[in-house]
Design a protein around this ligand. Sequence first.
Ligand code: NAD
Length: 435
Amino acid sequence: MLDHGHTSEMEAVLQAAEPVTRSVWLMERAGRRLGIPPEDVHELIAPQEVIIFRVPCKILGKVVNFWGCLALHNSARGPFKGGVRLAPDVTIWETTELARLMTLKCAACDVEFGGGKTGIRVDMARMYELFERKPRDLEFEKIISVDAIEYYAQQFREVFLKHVYIPAPDMGTGPDEMAFIYNETLDPASVTGKGEGVHGWLPGRRESTGIGCAYVTVRMVREVLGKDPAGATVALQGFGNVGRPLASALVAEGAKVVAVTDLYGGTHDPDGLDIDGLLEHAAKAATVGGFAGGRPIGNEALLGLDVDVLIPAAAGDVITGTVARKIRAGCVVEAANMPTTVEGMQVLEERGIPVVPDILANAGGVIASMLEYSSSLSAIKPSQAQVYEVLKTKIGENFDLAVERAQSAGTSLVQAAVELAMERVYAVMKGRRMI
Ligand code: NAD
């Protein structure tokens, strides 16, 4: 039973309790503040459709069945949009939560998409056993992931072709897997995140999340912290697709990235790390650990550094209540999806540490996807500079609205952004008589 007093239909069907996730918690609070009737809040939280599926794949002469879930959360504002995740621990609730996050993100940045997500349970450890291979064999893992996606794309071909749900990369997938979806549909607008050269690809799509996040970080430091971004100090967790272009863009603005960590190590220099050198080192060593231009640092120490900005750009749920009590940063910018737990958020709110929520901070990727989709439909390809311009306008305008709302209503920036998003989705649902 959810906090807003309704039993979810999925719970009724599945006979399993839906966890009160971060977005459910935020949306229930927003619903109360906006005066939306509880039964309508329930519809805003609930997914429109959730499909549980089995994909029978023929891989290297064997039949392998993968199970997955396609969560179509809300399409009031446009086609369901969201990535395809391949991971061993995918669940229906996680996929639904990620789809809901996409609805909020697209609405918060005024992108004409709804929210969806696919999760396919692919356990590489089990695949190594099944095929009697030794880990880690990246070529073997690629065969598994592209084959799984190829059969998944065959199964959902019509859904993609009608642009009901438009997939994109997420954990475990990238441009290669998106190319396999394109191979199946031969429609450039049916999938985003396509690699360079694949019909309808977008220059700057790969870097877009990091670039958008750097832009909002600079605005946050200048306008909310009241500091000059040149010389501002940043601690960054994660040096992947998001973290790398983000670090470079921050340094280009004069900020000092003083510490970076990843799964395997970390590096720290209070005077600011040489990011070009770190990029070169990480490309060879596959970790930021062991960089000659800094001293070693662990994840826990990084999260507690005395800096202007802390940017979690790695995994979810890293800022728990306990971690939040030790944070000394002036603000937190959520580059990762849901890096702060509900308790973490409550502690940061109590301590007055402002947080730029993921739905604004990492929306650069979906804004670029919007451009990729629109240029695929029209065949006019924008330049990288034009892509970055749209990113900044979309994120900037909506950041302004969220900051104004937070200041006039005396709420957190996170709550203000969720309210902005929910208001937009609710208005269209009412206008279309969906609620
Ligand atoms: P990635 O796999 O390219 O990189 C992740 C980085 O984080 C790596 O450096 C990895 O070593 C590090 N990492 C992972 N788990 C960690 C942990 N527990 N502690 C410390 N470091 C850890 O992933 P990415 O594409 O950069 O995505 C990062 C986050 O941003 C994810 O939460 C993702 O959902 C979110 N996101 C990504 C995009 C995008 O366009 N790639 C868009 C929106 C949101």
